[in-house]
Design a protein around this ligand. Structure first.
Ligand code: UGA
Length: 459
């Protein structure tokens, strides 16, 4: 039987909340701290506040028992052995990560440390942050023998966060002290020993089978760099395939065949080679900028990352041009839009390429009718409905009487639409698909003019 460790998780956003309920699922007792009283009250009442598969079930199973929610960081610090910092590290104006929340939490933790604690960086932070946290703790009067700071980056994706957390490819722990490494080893033992996978049948239908993940112990700085380098590399992979998709369009080749041919090389791998309208979300844009900025500050030329960003911006403009080329002119055109979230299965709209495109089309004088299965409410807060922008309740209402339908987010339900109904709803049967959700031949058979990314149009 694994040892159960009392864990505090500070921050109840995507990473913090998912970590908190998943640690409970692994057998630990968790206190989840947030300084937003309304959030804490909602979580205590069973409202996850975010749309994330399997999170409601786990919250229901553990809330107010194995996971307690509180605003009292001092008490959580005193009661727990490991304190995971999972607060936001947004992008500042210069491109750096803004670490003011991490600093504020560190100073507050410092006031309550009376026995040995392991402070764990779970938020994405630049290299050297562990040293800053140590310095801040000491400056605030904590004796050096009373704490260690370790880095334990999180690699979960929104939409599949619970599965990713419980079935990770690897667990990375950067620790410069054996004592701290042992605490993290014990925390993850239910996964690394396979014990969790033996005692649970997993989450039905989704992630039931798993090999125990490797536990990779590194220096603290290496772990910090692993997180930034991984996200930057994935963003690079996406920009690379987007550039290749443009080449395929110019030559009438098929990017899906190209990606498959590349991905079968085990050195390249098949994943994250889906072209589209550019990457978005709260991580890749911010982390690529932050990693570039870290390199700059260290005097290292990493302009490759600037190119990754440039391609990402161009990909949206290219999509806009594609729509223009299908409709001749844009002013006064009525567009149906499917998808506002930055990707499917989430209500997160941060840095969503779909919303950026909606703004660009509005700027071109189009009027838009948009549908998203989960992200309308959040979108309305930043982009209220108006004379040229309407939000509707289903995909067919978005298509109704539109000059063209645009697919901007890869929600799985957008891959299973009733094509005849869609065809009848549209004023002209034109679909421009930024996520390659359909087979071009099937769309042609169903009477559509169908344009996608990097694939020849079927005739
Ligand atoms: C990303 C990483 O994948 C996670 O490993 C990491 O933990 C997380 O950032 C983070 O740092 O917190 P996430 O942003 O939730 O996860 O979502 P992804 O699935 O990576 O998608 C990011 C963007 O890339 C989306 O806009 C998506 O549509 C786009 N994408 C992804 C593509 O355009 N093509 C692909 O092949 C894959």
């Amino acid at each position: 039987m694994s040892k159960h460790i009392p864990i505090a998780v500070v921050g109840s956003g995507y990473v913090g909340l998912v970590a908190a309920v998943c640690f409970a699922e692994m057998g630990h007792d968790v206190i989840c701290v947030d300084n937003d009283e309304r959030k804490v009250a909602a979580l205590r009442g069973g409202d996850t506040l975010i749309h994330e598969n399997h999170l409601p079930e786990l919250l229901e199973r553990y809330r107010n028992t194995k996971v307690r929610f509180t605003t009292d960081l001092a008490e959580a610090t005193r009661e727990c052995q490991a304190i995971f910092i999972a607060v936001g590290t947004p992008q500042s104006e210069t491109g750096d990560a803004d670490l003011s929340y991490v600093e504020a939490v560190t100073c507050e933790i410092a006031r309550s440390i009376d026995t040995y604690k392991v402070i764990v960086e779970k938020s994405t932070v630049p290299v050297y942050t562990n040293e800053w946290i140590s310095r801040a703790l000491e400056r605030n009067g904590v004796a050096r023998h009373l704490f260690d700071v370790v880095s334990n980056p999180e690699f979960l994706r929104e939409g599949t966060a619970v599965c990713d957390f419980l079935h990770p490819d690897r667990i990375v722990v950067g620790a410069d002290s054996e004592r701290a490494a042992a605490v993290l080893n014990a925390i993850y033992a239910p996964l690394t020993s396979g014990e969790y996978y033996e005692r649970t049948s997993g989450i039905p239908g989704v992630c039931s089978v798993s090999q125990p993940p490797p536990f990779l112990l590194t220096s603290t700085k290496s772990a910090e760099i692993i997180k930034h380098a991984s996200n930057a590399f994935l963003a690079l992979k996406i920009s690379f395939i987007n550039a290749v998709s443009n080449l395929c369009e110019a030559t009438n080749a098929n990017v899906e065949q190209v990606a498959r041919g590349m991905g079968l090389d085990s050195r390249i791998g098949p994943r994250f080679l889906r072209p589209g309208i550019g990457y978005g979300g709260s991580c890749f844009p911010k982390d690529v900028a932050a990693f570039r900025s870290v390199a700059e500050q260290l005097g290292i030329d990493f302009s490759l990352l600037t190119e990754v960003e440039k391609i990402n911006v161009q990909q949206k403009r290219r999509f806009l041009s594609k729509v223009r080329s299908a409709l001749w002119t844009l002013r006064g055109k009525r567009l149906g839009v499917l998808g506002l979230a930055f990707k499917g299965e989430t209500d997160d709209i941060r840095e969503s390429p779909a919303i950026e495109l909606v703004r660009m089309f509005l700027g071109e004088g189009c009027s838009i009718t948009a549908f998203d299965p989960a992200a309308i409410q959040r979108t309305e807060e930043i982009l209220p409905a108006g004379p040229n922008l309407k939000y509707v309740d289903d995909a067919y209402a978005a298509a109704a009487d539109a000059d063209a339908l645009l697919i901007l987010t890869d929600w799985s339900e957008f891959a299973a639409l009733d094509l005849q109904r869609l065809n009848q709803a549209l004023r002209y049967p034109i679909i421009i698909d930024g996520r390659n959700m359909y087979d071009p031949a099937v769309m042609t058979e169903n009477g559509f003019t169908y344009l996608s990314v990097g694939r020849p149009t079927a005739h």
